[in-house]
Ligand binder design. Structure first.
Ligand code: WQD
Length: 345
C-alpha cells in the first residue's frame, strides 16, 4: 500500500481527496497547520472511511518541523500539496501574507521532495492562473495572462517553481491540477466546505442565504456580456475533483506521464451563470433565494470555463456530478454542519 502525504488535508478539497485516496487503497498521512482549517475534518473522514489518518499539526513554513515528518516516514511515495491560503479578495488586501505563506510553504515541501527523493508530487493549482483570458473554453495550452490577484500570482509562481525543479529531479513526476470552481459536499455531509470567516464563494453564500444566516445575497453584476448578464464559471462537484487527484497519482505511479512536469484542467467543460446557479439551487431544494443585483466585484473575470478533455483522456477521469448534486449536497451540508466546522483549530 503506497503512503501518500497530504498537506492541507483538513481543508475542503484536501479532506474530500483523502476520502477518495483511502477508498482507492492508498495509505494517507496528513500535515495541516490548522490556521485556516479544523482537525475535526479528520473525525469526519474516520466516520466515512473507518480510517484514523495520522495528523501532524505543522506549518510548512517551518522547514525543520516539516523535515521531521519525512524523517519519521521515509516511505512517503507521493505528496498531494493543498496547503495554501486561497481567498482571492483577502490576497488583494494582504499580498505579502499570501506571497510569504504560499511560496515559502511550497519551497519547503519541494526541498523535502528533493532531499527525500519523493517519487510523485501533485500541486493544487487554479484556473485563476489564466487571468482574464478571452480564449474559451481554456485548454492547458491557453497562455497565462497577468494574474488578477496575488493569490492567482502565487499559483503561477508555484507552477514555475515546480517546472524548474522538475528539470533537476528527473526521477520525480510532478503534476499541477488547475481547478475551476469546486463546490458541494461528500454525500454523507460529514465533511464539506467549512469557511471560518464569512464565505465569499458563491455556493456557500447561496446556502447561508437559504438557511437565514444571511438576510439576502448579492449578485455581483448583471451587465456582463453573457447570456443573462451575470458571470460564467465552471462549477465542478467536489467528489469529482477529489477523484482526479487519485487518478493523477495512479497515472504517475503507472509511469504513463510523457514528461515529468504536466498540467491538467479540472472542470466539467460547461459554464453556468450566477443566475443559473441560483435557479439550480432553487430547483434542487424547492426554496427561493432572497437576492439583489449589486455592482460588479473587482477582480472578477466575465467568463471562464474549461476544456477538460485532455485530463479526461490522459488521466482516465470523468466528472460525473451535476449542478443538482452540487446544490443538493451543499444544502445538506449547510443544514448539518458539525460544530468543528465553524472554527479553526
Ligand atoms: C463565482 C461567481 C462572483 C459570491 C474563486 C477563485 C478560484 C477558486 C474559486 C480557490 C463570480 C459571483 C459570488 C456572491 C456573486 N478559489 N458571486 N455573489 O471568484 O470564480 O473563483 O474561488 O481555489 O481560484 O478565483 O469564485 O464563488 O467567489 O464567484 O455574485 O456573493 O459568483 O461575482 O462571478 P471565483 P466565487
Amino acid at each position: 500500500m503506497s503512503k501518500i502525504l497530504v498537506t492541507g488535508g483538513c481543508g475542503f478539497i484536501g479532506s474530500h481527496t483523502i476520502v477518495d485516496l483511502l477508498d482507492n487503497g492508498f495509505e494517507v498521512i496528513n500535515i495541516d497547520s490548522n490556521i485556516r482549517s479544523n482537525v475535526g475534518a479528520l473525525a469526519g473522514i474516520k466516520a466515512i472511511t473507518g480510517v484514523e489518518v495520522p495528523h501532524y499539526k505543522v506549518d510548512l513554513c517551518d522547514l525543520s518541523a516539516t523535515r521531521q515528518v519525512f524523517e519519521e516516514h521515509p516511505d512517503i511515495d507521493g505528496i498531494v500539496h493543498f496547503a495554501a491560503f486561497k481567498a482571492v479578495g483577502e490576497s488583494v488586501l494582504h499580498p505579502l501574507l499570501y506571497y510569504k505563506n504560499n511560496i515559502n510553504s511550497l519551497a519547503n515541501i519541494l526541498e523535502c521532495v528533493q532531499e527525500f527523493d519523493v517519487s510523485h508530487f501533485i500541486f493544487s493549482s487554479s484556473c485563476s492562473i489564466y487571468g482574464n483570458t478571452d480564449e474559451l473554453p481554456v485548454t492547458e495550452s491557453t497562455p497565462m495572462l497577468k494574474a488578477e490577484s496575488p493569490y492567482a500570482h502565487t499559483k503561477q509562481i508555484g507552477e514555475q517553481m515546480i517546472e524548474s525543479l522538475s528539470t533537476v529531479c528527473p526521477a520525480t513526476g510532478f503534476v499541477a491540477l488547475r481547478y475551476f470552481n469546486p463546490a458541494g459536499a461528500h454525500p454523507s455531509t460529514l465533511i464539506g466546505e467549512a469557511s471560518f470567516a464569512a464565505p465569499t464563494n458563491l455556493v456557500p453564500v447561496i446556502t447561508e442565504t437559504a438557511s437565514g444566516k444571511r438576510e439576502k445575497m448579492m449578485v455581483f453584476g448583471d451587465d456582463y456580456n453573457t447570456r443573462d448578464g451575470s458571470c460564467i464559471r465552471d462549477y465542478i462537484y467536489i467528489m469529482d475533483l477529489a477523484n482526479a487527484h487519485t487518478k493523477a497519482l495512479q497515472y504517475l505511479q503507472d509511469q504513463k506521464n510523457q514528461k515529468n512536469f504536466e498540467v491538467f484542467n479540472l472542470g466539467i467543460g460547461e459554464g453556468a451563470t450566477v443566475f443559473e446557479a441560483i435557479n439550480a439551487f432553487e430547483k434542487a431544494t424547492g426554496l427561493s433565494l432572497n437576492y439583489e443585483v449589486a455592482p460588479r466585484r473587482p477582480g472578477d473575470v466575465e467568463a471562464i470555463y474549461s476544456n477538460y478533455i485532455y485530463a479526461s483522456k490522459t488521466l482516465n477521469w470523468t466528472p460525473k456530478g451535476s449542478m443538482e448534486d452540487i446544490m443538493r449536497t451543499a444544502w445538506q451540508w449547510e443544514q448539518n454542519r458539525p460544530e468543528w466546522s465553524f472554527k479553526a483549530g
